[in-house]
Structures are given as C-alpha cells and as structure tokens.
Design a protein around this ligand. Structure first.
Ligand code: KG4
Ligand code: ZN
Length: 378
C-alpha cells in the first residue's frame, strides 16, 4: 500500500446516479472517505428504484453526506483541490441532485469540477487503494503481509474491465486509462437486473442479487439445467432476458406441481446464478481467445458475488491471467470513491471539464447524461 502522492489534489466526489447518495474524498488512488447513504429501504416496497423517491432522498441526504465525508477524511474545504461528479449514465432526476450540488460547491469554493462517467468509475474501481494504516501491524503474520504488497492493477495494458451491475454488463478493453473500447455488452437486461427480477418472482426481497447469493449457498447449482444463450453468435455480446423467461416458466411449472418448497428455491437460485455467470464466462472465454489481454478487472454491484469471482478466475486460468477485484465490497456497489479515482486520473491528464477558478466555462453548462457509453465524448 503506497501512501497517497502528496502532490495529488484531494478530491471531493459525488455520485447520485441511482438509489445511493454517495460522497467520497480521495487523493490520487487513495480513498480517504467513502460515505454511502443507501435508500434500499425506501425502494424495497416498489421492488425497484422509484426515480422521484430517489431524487427526494438524495436532496435530503446530500448535505449531510458531504459533511460526514469531510469529517471522516479529516479534511477541510481549504484542502480540497477539485470536485468530481457523476454526469451519467443513470436516472435523470437522481443525477440532477448531485450535479446541482457539485456546481454550487464549485462556484462557492472556486474549484475545478470534473464530470465523470459512472461506468468508468465501476471499471476503474479496482485501482482504488485504502488509506495506509498509521499503526504498526501487531501480529507477525500481518507484518509479513505488509512487507509483501499485493500485485497492483493498472501496470499492464491492454486490460479488460468487466462491469457487472444492475444497469450494465460489459466487457471494456482499456488500452490505457481514459481510452476505452466496448468489446461486448448485454443486448437486453443487465445481469444484476436479471437476478433482481427472478428474485422478485421468488419473493426474495429487493435487491435480490445479494440475497440470491446467500440462498444459492444452500442449493445444488446443477439441479436445474439452464440454457446457455447466444452460443451461435461469434460476438461477445450477452443476453439475459431469455434466461429470465426460462426462469418464469420454470417457477410457474414448479408452483403448478406444488414443488416450489424451500430446498427447491435454494436449488433454483443456485442454478439460476450459475446460468447467469456461466453465460458471462462463456463469452469471456471467447473474447480472450481472440484478444490479447494482459490484466482483468472486475467491478459493479454483482462483482461482490464470490461465486462470480470464482467462475471468472476459473475461466482465466487457461490464460494465466489474474483477476483484480476492488479491495472492499463497498467499492463494488454504487459509490463516490470510484468517481473520485477517475476524477483524479483526469485531473492528472488535465481533463478538467469545468475550470471554475480559471473561468474557462460557466458550470451551468454541465448537464446530466442519463445515457452515456464509456469512451464516448460527453
Ligand atoms: O453497481 P450497482 O450497485 O448499481 C448499478 O449501477 O446498477 O449494482 C446493483 C446490482 C443489483 O442488481 C444487485 O442485486 C446486484 O448489483 N448485487 C449483487 C450482489 N450485490 C449486489 N448481485 C449478486 N450478488 C451480490 N452479492
Ligand atoms: Zn453502478
């Protein structure tokens, strides 16, 4: 773990792209604070994110989240060198709250404001590093661990970033930081969305992905045979809506025959999860056969799933590739630290969207981009 570069500016970053109000303070790749105010409880009754409810909750939480992030980082406004904010993709009413707040702060504190793509955040979340500990590790084991630092991602390009979230499932080739090419995407539902929708059919609660992971541990993943989609296509795109339809039919069938008992649900979730992740790994394998990739990174909400990590690692073995995952699961879910990391990278490259201090542009020009592919100009 390297200490943060003293020359890198401290960045206050905001993400309000969906249903979490998140504010972080980062410096270079180091996360000094990452506050996430979750709205899960508010949206659970709807079984999905309700945009106007999300907007209202962001408005209520944002000021406090900023205050707590600065406190946790032990940083005052005078030490902040730049602001980062998620411009898109995401829910327009939700994005609006973060952007409005960021513009207000940029003007008030005369700070440069950097607009960030949320998917770039997920893709680069593996690069984040924790704050170095000031205390000496107590045990011998911990001291040895510290003396042998883990391999750091971002040393070998091209890398492949696999983003698996509730809104996106993508294979992104990273030629260098800031240069991206989407090699494959889901043509319909995202993997997380499919897990959530099938979880809803089974009344697992919202969001169903993490609950399904727990249920699946008690089930037999080979109990139900799930079709493998898109095997007749040479490209690396994916599709999860067919799996969802298969699941609906199967659940109805089990219900009709009065066979959807507790164990059947465990087996079903284990099998469905294996089907979704198996499809991702099938396409990943194809992609690696045809592309020279030197590092593989995993990000997004579903990246927290241990089964997915294991299956990807299994696929990578044949290519002698290591899988990098974020150092904490808090970096998988929607969070502002990943936005701060990308903002830091952009700052270093001089890609500051709005230079308020230098009055290059008025911050009012910055607007939401609910649909915005990584690598595309904003
Ligand atoms: O990245 P994220 O927090 O928000 C989006 O940008 O979409 O991802 C949310 C998705 C949800 O579909 C949720 O069910 C899924 O990530 N998820 C999981 C796990 N934790 C979150 N899916 C499977 N296993 C998990 N442990
Ligand atoms: Zn996300």
């Amino acid at each position: 773990m390297k200490p943060p570069s003293p020359t890198a500016p401290k960045i206050l970053a905001i993400d309000t792209s969906c249903d979490d109000t998140s504010v972080a303070v980062t410096q270079g790749k180091t996360v000094l604070a990452n506050v996430i105010a979750s709205q899960t409880q508010l949206h659970a009754p709807y079984g999905g994110v309700f945009p106007t409810v999300a907007k209202q909750a962001h408005k209520e939480n944002i000021e406090q989240a900023i205050k707590v992030a600065l406190q946790r980082a032990g940083v005052s406004w005078t030490e902040i060198g730049a602001l980062g904010v998620t411009q898109g993709p995401g829910l327009a009413p939700a994005l609006e709250v973060g952007i409005k707040q960021a513009k207000k702060l940029a003007t008030k504190h005369s700070l440069p404001l950097i607009a960030i793509n949320h998917i770039e955040g997920h893709a680069l979340s593996v690069l984040a590093q924790p704050k170095p500990r000031t205390k000496k590790p107590r045990t011998k084991q911990a001291r040895t661990k510290q003396a042998w630092p883990k391999k750091i991602p971002g040393q070998n390009f091209p890398a492949l970033a696999i983003v698996v979230s509730g809104g996106h499932t993508q294979f992104i080739k990273v030629t260098q930081l800031g240069k991206y090419q989407i090699l494959g995407s889901s043509i319909d539902d995202a993997a997380g969305e499919a897990l959530d929708k099938v979880g809803r059919m089974l009344s697992l609660g919202y969001p169903a992905g993490p609950i399904m992971e727990q249920f699946a541990k008690k089930g037999d993943p080979k109990k139900f045979k799930i079709p493998l989609p898109m095997t007749d296509r040479r490209d690396f795109n994916m599709s999860f809506s067919g799996l969802k339809t298969w699941a609906r039919n199967k659940i109805e069938d089990l219900e009709t025959r009065n066979q959807l008992d507790k164990q059947a649900i465990y087996d079903f979730t284990a099998s469905f999860q294996r089907g979704v992740f198996g499809h991702i790994c099938y396409k990943l394998n194809k992609l690696l056969q045809e592309n020279e990739i030197k590092e593989v990174w995993l990000g997004g909400g579903v990246a927290a799933n241990i089964k997915l990590r294991r299956m990807i690692r299994e696929t990578l073995k044949a290519y002698n590739l290591k899988l990098f995952t974020p150092y904490t699961k808090r970096l998988c879910m929607d969070n502002a630290a990943m936005i701060g990391i990308v903002a830091g990278e952009k700052f270093e490259r001089g890609e500051v969207a709005i230079q308020v201090a230098g009055i290059k542009k008025n911050p009012s020009h910055l607007d939401r981009k609910p649909r915005w592919e990584i690598g595309e100009n904003p």
